[in-house]
Design a binder for this molecule. Structure first.
Ligand SMILES: [Zn+2]
Length: 350
């Protein structure tokens, strides 16, 4: 069984592109933090803490009914004709607009849980929230890959650890490689009905990576990794703003006891939203990869549920901190020099 998974690992490495692989021995993680234990082969993967598509729709519609501030929009449909939701707050043309995008990959679930918590938070009528909404336009597109997240796809998930979630959409396409051609209904709708319609100034694209990602060669497991657009077509000013966005997120996460971030060793392909949206629309983008996935055919990518709470909070902290920085106009003065010394990820998986 183990041997079989190792074989799959090698085949999977080519298409998952998580960056550098170091063949060091497995790191033993002792704590229940976000960089704590991963799936250990005998724990049943339970995903009931996660919102199913149905539960997510119900929650969004309920919040929309009770909240004045939230405007819920359906911006398109998936291959399997599930509605794609966009939660909007603010929308004053004098204010900056930020988009939080989650779960382009259906097996990267906790980012959406964080997005749903953020949406709920923004429907409370506190002074703090009013201040944010008066100064920032907020777009949240939770779970772009709604079919992959339900495992409702036109291919078999028999070789997956849990068989419930997949990276790909129903047609077997990686949506985060479709930002130039836009051949899939999910990416096409995102571009035409969100990006081109609302022209966001900033975007954070939230993902999950393998569980054994470490801070450089320290052997320390990270709770996440971040990166700005790295392709040469991106305007330098857009790249600088992206780095500042990263500084705000880094400082906010770093100040929490559970947060440890590395620099994601990402490529320059424009088909990826981090690069493509920055180049095509001049959006300042940040990729945030959090630890572990709900399901994968690589065992070392799958995280049990012990760390879910911390990782969801990490996503909320990342999003909230950028909203506060934009509302308070402190993003401009963020010090992006930490990028020069931030260690790149290493990967200690098998
Ligand atoms: Zn991803």
């Amino acid at each position: 069984m183990k041997r079989q998974l190792v074989t799959l690992t090698l085949a999977g490495a080519l298409i998952t592109s998580t960056g550098a692989f170091a063949n060091t021995s497995t790191i033993i993680a002792g704590e229940n933090g976000p960089n704590g234990p991963n799936y250990n082969g005998n724990e049943t993967i339970k995903n009931e803490r996660l919102h199913s598509y149905e539960e997510m729709s119900d929650l969004l519609q309920k919040l929309d009914q009770k909240s004045e501030a939230l405007e819920l929009e359906v911006f398109g449909q998936s291959v399997k004709e599930r509605d794609l939701y966009l939660a909007k707050f603010g929308m004053n043309e004098d204010n900056p607009t930020i988009l939080f995008l989650t779960q382009q990959h259906g097996n990267e679930t906790l980012t959406t849980e964080g997005a749903l918590q953020l949406i709920k938070y923004l429907t409370n009528n506190s002074k703090e929230v009013k201040h944010i909404i008066e100064n920032v336009n907020i777009l949240v597109a939770p779970r772009l890959n709604v079919d992959g997240a339900e495992g409702d796809v036109n291919f078999s998930l028999d070789d997956y650890v849990s068989g419930t979630h997949t990276r790909y959409n129903a047609n077997g396409v990686d949506l985060n490689r479709d930002h130039v051609d836009r051949e899939q209904p999910e990416t096409k709708a995102l571009h035409e009905n969100v990006l081109q319609k609302y022209s966001p100034d900033y975007m954070i694209d939230l993902h999950h990576q393998g569980t054994q990602t470490t801070l450089g060669d320290t052997g320390e497991l990270v709770s996440g990794s971040i990166l700005y657009p790295t392709n040469s077509e991106v305007d330098e000013e857009v790249r600088e703003q992206s780095k500042k966005l990263g500084a705000v997120v880094y400082n906010a996460v770093d100040s929490k006891g559970y947060g440890l971030l590395s620099k994601y060793p990402g490529g320059t392909a424009q088909t990826i939203s981090r690069n493509g949206l920055a180049a095509e629309y001049g959006i300042s983008t940040l990729l945030f990869e959090m630890r572990g996935m709900a399901d994968h055919y690589r065992e070392d990518y799958v995280l049990g549920q012990k760390s879910n709470g911390y990782l969801i909070q990490q996503a909320v902290v990342a999003m909230k901190s950028t909203l506060e920085a934009l509302a308070d106009d402190t993003l401009e003065s963020a010090d992006a020099s930490f990028w020069d010394t931030l260690p790149e990820s290493n990967y200690s998986g098998e």
